[in-house]
Structures are given as C-alpha cells and as structure tokens.
Design a protein around this ligand. Structure first.
Ligand code: ATP
Ligand code: MG
Length: 417
C-alpha cells in the first residue's frame, strides 16, 4: 500500500474527548474514527489488525471443532421474552414508531448476546444423544446500551464479539469441552502476544458454579484481580478469598485488569426455556447441557494498543501488525534516484508476499519518521541519500532502539524470519 493513497492520515492532535491511550493512538494513527460515545469506525488499517486477530481466533476455535455460522442481529422480542431477557438494561430496542398493523413484527432487540437464538436453532437439529456434542460460533457486531462507554475500544456500545456455544449430553462432557476452550484461549492470547491470566469468577445470573475470565493486567482495566506471583492462582475481586490460595507460599498481588474473554457453563437455563431436549441412551428425554464462551476482538485490539506503546506511538506485535514493513523513502536532493530505489524495493517486497506500507509522500524526514513511530509497524526500512551512497538500507525495529545498515539480501533474510 502506498501511503499517499491510504484513506486515513495520521494526526498530531490529541482528541479531547478521549481519556484512554488506546483511543488516542488509534485515532491519531488512523486506525479508528469515533462516531459517537462507544461507537467507532474501523478504518482500513484498523480493520487489517482486527482481521488478523479474527483469523487467529478462527484457527484456534476451528481446531477444537467449532463450526462458524452467522446469526441475525435483529432479534424479535419473542426470543428475548422466552428466557426473560427483554427487559434488561443493555438491550437496544428498535423504535416502535412503525404504524403498520403488524407492529409486533417490528419489535426487535439488537443482538447483545445470542444464547436465545442459537438455542432456538439447535432445537431443529438436536434430538438425540447421537446429535451431541456440537459447537458453533460466530464473529459479529454486538450492541449494548452500556451506561458508561469508556476506554476507547475497551467498552463500546457497538463492538465485535466471538461467541461460541456448545451442546452436551452430560456435565462431564461439558466440563471436558470447557477445558478445551480454555486451552484454545491460552493459545489465542499467546499468539496475540497478550499475557492473559485465567481468572476465577462468579457465575452471575446463570450459575452458582465458578466461571473463568481471561484477564490482561493493565491500569486501563475496569476489573481488579488478585493473583499469585508464583502459582496460577488468580481470582476476580468479586469472589476473592485468600483461604483458597493453598499449597503455595507465593505472595498475592492485586492489580487492575482488562477482561478479554470468558468461558461459561450455562447448564440448562436456555435449553429448558426453549425445550431443547434430547433422548439419552436409556430413551429418557433430558435438557441439553450448554456452555457459552466469549472473546471481544475489538476489545482485544484496544488492549493490544493499550499494552504495546511508548510515548511516540503504537508498537504492534508481528502477528497482528497492519503491515510488516514501513518503507520510507527520504527524498532529499537526489530525490529521483531515491524514489526509484524505494519503488523497486517496494515491488520486490510485495512480490515476496511481505505486507508493506510505503511512505512515498512528499513530506519532511521528521514528519515521516514521527508518523512511522505513531503507526507502529514492526520494521521500519529507510532509503536515503546516505544509505544509497553505501548501497545499503537502514532497518529499525519499532520495539528496539538502534537501527542497522544492511544490504538488500540481509534485509530480506531478516524479514523472512
Ligand atoms: P464486562 O464484564 O466487561 O462487561 P461481560 O461479562 O459483559 O464483560 P460478555 O457478555 O460475556 O462480557 O462478553 C464476552 C466478551 O465480549 C468479553 O469478554 C469482552 O471481551 C467483550 N465485551 C463485552 N462487553 C464489551 C463492550 N461493551 N465493549 C467491548 N467488548 C466487550
Ligand atoms: Mg458487560
């Protein structure tokens, strides 16, 4: 991509309405645009990052047998009523200003979660123990009337969610799948370079059993967790009990954290509301046992931006960076020669399948280099009169201090790694 053609432009100006680091950098770098409180556009570069996050999630959820589908966002009132979730605070309802006779048909709640819809669908396909277990997921926009959208992408009124639902004949089978999802989540967050602590918490309205969240320690988080510096003990403040930290002499610390995902044993709450039953091996009719598992890809994007930055801008981990190389031609006196060399390297990198943002704009060296720091692409490659005179290129990793002069062969070897 040539930067002169990029739809967005970066900006030095801080946005007054945004208190969080992730929103500041993402808006200034041209990754997102704020539409209203808690509602953002993902600009082309932001969408590139989100799609990389989604691809990692898909790979790991597919690997544990999750099948992707896509449910509607317009969900009629009758669905919500069945499980008693029409009159909840977070639901956005469509306006009833429609004056048709069949007004009822036009009463929708925008999807803020999809247990109701998926359970209703499952009644068509699950009748017998032979149909179990099953698991399906989607990655979709969710809508929630959050009272206080805050922290940029961390808490939005419109946001993306990967929601996975599983169906089982027994608690044992649910528990086994629950552990598989936990494993998959560990892999996902590791690939995203996030250190996410498996955290015990309460079951809220669904269950008296413990459930689990994945929490990334960060001051921008809204949760507080208590974790051990030595073992895997980590509990959300909501349920924290020091007596449960056993067989370990490690110190308990507490810190703010961002919940990037969670896993839930739903039990039979929804299957009972929707009569989602199956015939077991003994021929008895039983309610299907369900689990639900969320990750918020847009919150994850915000979390990565919140964690990986310095005073100059973002520092994307390789796996999710919008581009792998930021190629910069510093055109001085010898501008034609430099442009030619940069252009030819750009073509070469692209032909090798390397994702390049090529800054071919007519701007000062300072402006280009500051922009590169703000946007945060992992490898910055500069061609200038100085480098060209030595038949070399300058490469600098965004997460390292020093730069290096290398020839093209060495550069390609470094980028392939
Ligand atoms: P929270 O406690 O932060 O409100 P939640 O318990 O409501 O989260 P779920 O309803 O289970 O979360 O949603 C699953 C995932 O979706 C969360 O782990 C989080 O990553 C993401 N998520 C939830 N609410 C939001 C939001 N308002 N904005 C962005 N992401 C969200
Ligand atoms: Mg919530």
């Amino acid at each position: 991509m040539k930067q002169s053609q990029l739809f967005s432009k970066s900006s030095k100006k801080l946005s007054e309405a945004e208190a969080s680091k992730n929103a500041q950098f993402l808006i200034r770098g041209g990754f997102i645009d704020k539409s209203s409180a808690g509602v953002y556009t993902l600009l082309p570069m932001g969408l590139r990052v989100l799609e990389k996050i989604n691809a990692i999630i898909r790979e790991e959820i597919n690997a544990i047998g999750g099948q992707e589908l896509l449910m509607p966002t317009l969900i009629q009132k009758k669905y919500w009523e069945k499980a008693g979730r029409w009159d909840v605070d977070v639901i956005f309802k469509t306006s009833s200003s429609i004056t048709k006779e069949d007004k009822q048909d036009f009463e929708y709640g925008l999807g803020w979660t999809h247990e109701e819809v998926i359970t209703a669908i499952a009644t068509r396909f699950i009748n017998s123990y032979k149909d179990l277990p099953k698991s399906v997921y989607q990655i979709q926009t969710k809508f929630r009337a959050e009272a206080r959208p805050q922290g940029g992408l961390l808490r939005g009124r419109e946001f993306s969610m990967k929601d996975l639902y599983s169906f089982h004949e027994s608690k044992k089978d649910l528990n086994e799948y629950y552990e598989k999802v936990i494993d998959a989540y560990h892999k996902i967050f590791k690939r995203l370079s996030l250190k996410a602590l498996l955290t015990e918490t309460g079951g809220g309205a669904f269950t008296t059993e413990r459930t689990h969240e994945f929490q990334v320690l960060n001051p921008a988080g809204e949760d507080t967790v208590f974790y051990c510096s030595k073992c895997n003990f980590c509990q959300n403040q909501e349920i924290y009990d020091p007596k449960e930290h056993k067989n370990c002499n490690g110190q308990i610390e507490s810190a703010r954290a961002i919940e990037v995902g969670n896993v839930f044993r739903l039990g039979t709450k929804f299957s009972e509301a929707y009569s989602l039953n199956f015939l077991n091996k003994q021929g008895e009719r039983k309610p299907v046992i369900m689990g639900s598992y969320g990750i918020g890809p847009t919150r994850v994007l915000g979390t990565i931006a919140e964690v990986f930055n310095d005073e100059y801008g973002l520092i994307w981990p390789d796996a999710v960076a919008p581009f792998n190389v930021h190629l910069i031609g510093l055109t001085g006196k010898n501008s034609e020669k430099i442009e030619k060399a940069a252009e030819s390297l750009y073509e070469k990198l692209i032909s090798l399948g390397i994702e390049v943002l090529y800054d071919n704009r007519d701007l000062s060296a300072g402006e280009k280099l500051n922009d590169a720091d703000l946007i945060g692409i992992p490898n910055r490659v500069v061609i200038s009169e100085k480098t060209l005179s030595k038949n070399k290129l300058e490469i600098k990793k965004r997460n390292e201090k020093g730069s290096k002069l290398v020839d093209e062969k060495e550069l390609l070897a470094m980028l392939k790694k």
